[in-house]
Every structure is written in C-alpha cells, then in structure tokens.
Design a protein around this ligand. Structure first.
Ligand SMILES: Cc1cc2nc3c(=O)[nH]c(=O)nc-3n(C[C@H](O)[C@H](O)[C@H](O)COP(=O)(O)OP(=O)(O)OC[C@H]3O[C@@H](n4cnc5c(N)ncnc54)[C@H](O)[C@@H]3O)c2cc1C
Length: 440
C-alpha cells in the first residue's frame, strides 16, 4: 500500500495516519502526528522546534527530502532524473555545495588528482535531475512532525526523508579535537586539510631545516591512506617531515589479513613513518598530542580519524539507533521505527546485518535498493530487500603510484593495483558527472 493518499483520502487524515491505513491511535507512538499539529496544519512550526522559516510550497506535491549528497543519494538522483516519480518534488539538503568522493580523496591529498576531479558540484547535478538543492546542515530530525531543522533554525517539512550523511570520527566533537585537529568528515573538509599541507610545504620558517611533525590518530584504512598521502605530498614538495600514525588498539587495519598488515607495516618502515599501536591519546594541544602515560608527541598537524560513530541527530530524534548512534534500518533501508524515514551508507546499521562494514562500496550498492524502496513507498508495492555482499575488493592508495590490493586472500602492492583503483574511481565519477551538461 502506498504511504500517500488521494485528495479525498488525504482529507480524512485527522482520523487516519497518512496512508498506513491505521487509525491514529493504532499506529506506533513514534510515527504519530501530534494532535495539536493536525489541528494547526502541516506547516506551522511545531512546539519545541527552533523558530525559523518554513520551506513548504502551498501547492501540494509530495516532498522527498534527501539529506546529504553521499553515494546512495547520487544514484537516487540519477534515477529520479528519468522522471518516473511524477508529483514528487525532490529537495536535497547537504552540508557543503560539493561532495568529495572519498575513494579519490587520498589521491587528491597526495597531489595525484586535482580537486575538480574528486568532487561533485551538487547544485547543478540536482537541478539537472529535476530537483532543488539547498546547502545546509541538518541539526535535528522530528519524525512525529515530519520535519528536519537546520543549524540556522530553518524548519523543513517532508513527506519522505532519506539520510545519507555518513559517519563522524569518535571524539571529533570534543572541544580540543575540534579546535586543534583536522577532521575530514564530512569529506569536503578535506579541502581545509589540503590548504594546511600546502601552507606547511610553503612555509619558509618551518622549512628551514626543521622537520614538519604531522600524523593521524586512528589506524583504520582511511587513517593509513591519509598518512601515506601526507607523506607523499610533503616528500614531493621537498619538505623534511616526521610523520606518525597513532592507534589505540593492538594493531592497525583491524579486520584485514595478517599478510596485508605486514606489508603495510613494511611500507611505513621504508618511508620512516612511525606507527604507534596500543597508544591512547589523552589530550590534543595546538602543536602536540598528549599520550596516555604522560608522553608528549610534537604535532604541527593532527588528523583525527578514529572509529566511526553516528551523527548525534539520530540519537535525539527518538528513532531506534544502535550502540554507536547509527540509525537502525530494515532490509528496505527504512527506519525500523518510522517508515517515512530512510537511510543508506555509513549513517545506518542494518538490523539484519549489523556487522556490515562502513565502506563506500556498500553505500554504492545500497543506492538502487534505496531508490526502489522510496518508489514503493510512493507508488505502492513491496520494498526490495537489501542483502550486503560477502566481502569486497579493498584497494588502498599508498601515494607512491602504487596501491595495496586485497581480495579474498589475494594480496598485492603494485602499480597495476593503483591503475585498477584509478579506473574504478574515474568510472564512478564519470557516471554522475556526465549527467550535468558541460560539468567540471
Ligand atoms: C580518507 C578516506 C578514504 C576512504 N576510502 C574508501 C575507499 O577507497 N573505498 C571505500 O569503500 N570506502 C572508503 N572510505 C569510507 C567511505 O568514505 C565511506 O564509507 C563513505 O563515504 C560512506 O558514504 P556515505 O554516502 O554514507 O557518506 P559520505 O560519503 O560521508 O557523504 C555524506 C554526505 O552528507 C553530507 N552531510 C553530512 N552531515 C550532514 C548534515 N548534518 N546535514 C546535511 N548534510 C550532511 C556531507 O557533506 C556529504 O555530502 C574512505 C574514508 C575516508 C575517510
């Protein structure tokens, strides 16, 4: 059954929940419209939400709101552009006007790609697909009111909403980390990091024989790629450097095969990058890390890339989340609490496959499923069932023209592995860039 009703049915909305076919008192508390709001009408600011402007048009078309310009939403946009959802207006709200593709971000930092090659400009893409783009950060979600509120207080109502906002590194919202470390999530913040590296390379005073101390906290795949990219960039700029990778756990690249980890440790050793495992960071200062046990590690630049946690907006929404704050979704990528709220990529945990890794490859595969699920919600029919694939091809860019590849026990560090990654990544970019006439 569709989630939406004919005008006649819509008129009876006071007695019935919107399209779920159940009386208001029969539907779960979380998905109910509060009575006060039904009397006020859809667009009045709800009590408890910050005052602000309201974006709903007086004309009644169903609004599909996409929050975040990540991988799965790119595919939803592409399919929306084919025009198979009439009477639906698509609005995308994303924190930045661009979306930087994480697969190519280490290559951008290493100086292998120009920024234009690794980012999408969201406004032209959304417009070309027949939607509307607005730059903004969603601060809170109010499922009972079917609205989100942006950090500037603007309240945005929706009929269906889908989240593709990615994850946050754990601890990145602490005041010390926020003030003194670089964070590359959302991914577009990588541009700030790039500027800091450029400044480091050009700085005369720092360059006069003194090493530039920099590194990453967090020894997952992203941390490994970023520190190798920083090393490659500073080396090419002729900058003396002392780089480190700090990891609280007993080893880096947890979950990867031992042979893969051994190989990466050899690469670090060859490039004189210090790997400090079993090391906790107790504090972050402007030019140093304070390590548990009292040691001080000089750091002109620290990139904070610890394990992923969910955006706080999910916890405060009242929707079901897992222990790390990711929204819990069913096989149709719908919130298990509210069937008008969807999500894909890093920001969700699949109720039936909770150990699915937070990796872009899964976000990409979820795109078509998310689209079909949204279509089913609008037009009726069963939502599809997403089943994550077992394992995935993992290729880490080592910043030296080579990449380290792992697939089902096969491991290689070579130039052709980089060429393969480069081909896969360019193909992904091209698939969406070509939707925009003469896109950059
Ligand atoms: C350096 C690095 C390299 C990586 N390399 C790979 C790789 O090679 N292969 C791989 O599979 N995975 C890789 N990953 C993991 C990958 O980045 C994530 O799994 C992937 O980005 C998740 O995609 P997503 O669409 O869920 O979120 P994201 O790609 O993070 O996109 C989130 C979007 O939401 C927007 N946004 C965020 N918060 C808000 C908000 N509150 N309101 C509005 N908009 C918001 C952001 O601006 C962004 O457009 C890498 C990660 C990093 C950090």
């Amino acid at each position: 059954m569709p989630l939406f009703l004919s005008r006649e049915q819509d008129r009876k909305r006071c007695l019935y929940d919107q399209g779920l076919g159940r009386r208001h008192d029969q539907i779960p508390r979380e998905t109910r419209q509060p009575a006060s709001r039904r009397q006020r009408g859809r667009d009045c600011p709800a009590p408890g939400t910050p005052a602000g402007t309201c974006m709903r048009d007086p004309g009644r078309r169903l609004r599909l709101l996409l929050v975040g310009g990540g991988h799965s939403h790119l595919e939803v946009l592409r399919r929306f552009g084919r025009g198979s959802l009439p009477n639906v207006e698509l609005l995308m709200i994303s924190a930045y006007a661009e979306h930087h593709y994480s697969g190519m971000v280490p290559g951008f930092l290493a100086g292998q790609y120009r920024e234009e090659s690794v980012r999408f400009l969201l406004e032209p893409l959304v417009s070309a697909m027949g939607g509307v783009f607005r730059q903004g950060s969603v601060a809170s979600l109010h499922p009972a009111d079917q609205a989100v509120v942006l950090t500037d207080g603007t309240r945005v109502p929706y009929d269906l909403v889908s989240f593709g906002v990615g994850s946050r590194p754990a601890g990145s919202q602490s005041a010390e980390v926020a003030s003194h470390a670089s964070v590359v999530k959302p991914m577009s913040r990588v541009v700030e990091l790039h500027h800091r590296l450029l400044a480091a390379a050009k700085s005369e005073s720092e360059g006069a024989g003194k090493a530039y101390h920099a590194g990453v906290v967090g020894g997952g795949a992203a941390g490994v790629e970023i520190v190798l990219a920083m090393d490659a960039f500073l080396r090419d700029e002729g900058r003396r450097r002392d780089l480190f990778l700090v990891e609280a756990g007993e080893s880096i690249l947890e979950g990867y095969p031992r042979g893969f980890r051994r190989l990466i440790l050899r690469i670090f050793a060859d490039r004189s990058i210090r790997v400090m495992t079993g090391t906790r960071v107790a504090g972050v200062e402007p030019e140093a890390l304070l390590l548990a046990g009292g040691r001080r590690l000089e750091a002109h630049l620290t990139v904070w890339l610890t394990g992923a946690v969910g955006d706080p907006l999910f916890r405060t929404s009242g929707l079901a989340v897992d222990e790390r704050g990711f929204m819990l979704v069913d096989d149709g990528l719908r919130s298990v609490t509210d069937q008008r709220v969807f999500g894909a990529g890093d920001c969700v945990t699949l109720e039936n496959y909770p150990d699915t890794p937070k990796a872009g490859v899964y976000a990409v595969r979820q795109g078509p499923v998310l689209w079909e699920s949204l279509r089913a919600a609008v037009l009726g029919g069963r939502p599809p069932r997403y089943r994550p694939q077992d394992g995935f091809l993992s290729i880490l860019n080592t910043g030296d023209g080579k990449a380290l590849l792992h697939y089902k026990g096969f491991i290689v560090h070579s130039r052709w592995a980089f060429s393969l990654k480069d081909w896969i990544d360019h193909r992904f970019m091209e698939k969406y860039k070509r939707l925009v006439p003469s896109s950059s």
